[in-house]
Design a binder for this molecule. Structure first.
Ligand code: NAD
Length: 489
């Protein structure tokens, strides 16, 4: 389809002003589907990051943001209106810079989060239980007691490239609604949706200077300043488990609060009573956006009793996945975001072959797509759950089929993973599927295709998939401190 032309914002937002980087340098934003340079964006320096941190700190300590709830709500509503007014430009921009299939922008890449990521937290400003009373205490005389929720302070929000707008607004909504200020650091591969947001904030809202700062940079270590600086109270990070661990380590020196949304290797358990013809086409969803989604179900667990039948259907499904040009409305799987990612995915595929998994579909770069960082939708069967392919996050359009003996074996295999982000269970019996879902150690799980997504739904991971929850009441609480008060009755 033809997407509208869009005007990107190349400047950073620091202390209420749209600015070039302090040394005037820029970096290229590249279209992963065509390898063409789309344009440039300011290349934020450590000095820029320091200024942004100072601005966020000041805005929190000295401004009205932390205390004026009605004002915050109004500002969030203004930002919502501004974003909606540029929805179609944002759509085109996301397809260009992230290489996301345009179809996904009508769902989780854009329209779903645009519907509630800001509006739900904004509404919760009035409904949130900011204070609750405890029963009177009676230890050294009677005392009234209360628990109060307060904003944490200045927050560093670090965002990945795969669902950049979705992650960004699902951080900003709760962070701002709870009264915090923020320095937003987008991934270098997808800076424009964030700088656009910065411009909209500066030009179309009353959000005070310093409350939101946007610092893009080609250098990951500029983002690391957020983890090192004592003026930042909490890091809200979404990205790889490797970087998440580094942020914890670096943040330890200042006892930084960390909220981590990390990787996954989720399992799709297909029970022996499931309707394979109806259920297995859904497995192809794990190849959407070239497999670059944290919660995708990339391990398909099939019962041995119906294994051959399942493999046959899955072979057709994966071979039939429409992939290629992300501007084509029918495309499910576009390019990897960068040549680096493409090479990483290829290395995972090569290792799986060397480890003895049977390659049935795909396995490399498509011959007919000579430009763009594409990998074919790929299916491996007879995968050993202890192999690298089953244990590591590939972040590519690569599915691993693993046979199991019975329900207990399926649960054991699903849980035999360093990750614990998401998953799915499919059975003709909802009761059976719900029972199995209860035994899977992950932060979310879909039963018979049920979708849990939403700004009111606490999302996050067990084990190496993260610490904390995004969204929902639990997500709002991630961005608050708890104060206990006592006074004579
Ligand atoms: P990444 O960890 O390489 O980078 C994420 C962000 O961290 C980028 O903005 C990057 O510039 C920044 N960064 C890198 N090093 C840093 C450092 N030392 N200090 C501070 N910031 C630093 O991840 P990615 O490749 O951009 O994203 C893919 C990963 O994100 C996958 O593992 C995926 O599963 C995960 N992810 C998780 C969720 C979730 O909600 N659990 C959602 C989306 C993506």
């Amino acid at each position: 389809m033809t997407l509208p032309a869009f005007t990107p914002e190349p400047r950073l937002l620091i202390d209420g002003k749209l600015v070039e980087s302090s040394d005037g340098s820029t970096f290229d934003n590249v279209n992963p589907a065509t390898e063409e340079v789309l344009g440039q964006v300011a290349n934020g320096t450590k000095a820029d990051m320091q200024r942004a941190i100072g601005a966020a700190r000041r805005a929190f300590d000295e401004g009205v943001w932390a205390t004026d709830r009605a004002f915050r709500r109004r500002c969030l509503e203004q930002l919502q209106t501004a974003l909606e007014s540029e929805r179609e430009q944002l759509r085109a921009e996301l397809v260009a810079e992230a290489g996301t299939p345009v179809a996904l922008t009508y769902a989780a890449q854009l329209d779903w989060p645009l519907a509630d990521a800001l509006t739900w937290p904004a509404a919760m400003i009035d409904e949130f239980e900011w204070e609750r009373e405890l029963p009177d205490g009676n230890l050294m005389g009677r005392a009234k007691r209360a628990v109060r929720k307060e904003p944490i302070g200045a927050i560093g929000a670090v965002v990945p490239w795969n669902f950049p707008f979705e992650v960004t607004v699902n951080k900003l909504g709760p962070i701002l609604a709870m009264g915090n200020t923020v320095v937003l650091k987008p991934a270098p591969d997808t800076p424009w949706n964030a700088t656009r947001l910065g411009r909209l904030i500066a030009e179309h809202t009353e959000i005070p200077a310093g409350v939101v700062n946007v610092v893009a940079s080609a250098d990951h270590l500029v983002g690391e300043e957020l983890t090192l600086d004592p003026r930042i109270d909490l890091i809200s990070f979404t990205g790889s488990t490797t970087t998440g661990k580094r942020i914890m380590e670096r943040g330890a020196a200042t006892l930084k609060r960390v909220f981590l949304e990390l990787g996954g290797k989720s399992a799709m358990i297909v029970c022996d009573d499931a309707d394979f013809a109806a259920v297995l086409p859904g497995a192809g969803i794990a190849c959407m956006h070239a497999g670059q989604g944290c919660a995708l179900q990339t391990r398909i667990l099939l019962p041995r009793s119906r294994y051959a039948e399942g493999v046959e259907i899955l072979t057709q499904v994966v071979a039939g996945i429409p992939y290629g040009d992300p501007t084509d409305l029918g495309t499910l799987s576009g390019p990897q975001v960068s040549a680096l990612q493409r090479d990483r995915v290829q290395a995972h595929i090569d290792r799986a072959i060397a480890d003895g998994a049977r390659l049935v579909v795909g396995g490399g770069r498509p011959a007919h797509l000579t430009r763009g960082w594409f990998i074919e939708p790929t299916l491996f069967v007879d995968v050993d759950n202890s192999s690298a392919l089953a244990q590591q996050e590939v972040f590519g359009p690569v599915l691993a089929v693993i046979p199991y003996d019975d329900d207990a074996d399926a649960v054991r295999i699903a849980n035999d993973s360093p990750y614990g982000l998401s998953g799915g269970v499919y059975s003709a019996s909802t009761e059976r599927a719900l029972r199995l879902a209860g035994q899977i150690r992950t932060g979310s799980i879909g039963v018979n295709g049920g979708l849990w997504y939403g700004a009111d739904a606490p999302y996050g991971g067990y084990r190496s998939s993260g610490i904390g929850r995004q969204n929902g009441i639990e997500g709002l609480e991630m961005y608050t401190e708890t104060k206990l008060l006592g006074w004579p009755a």
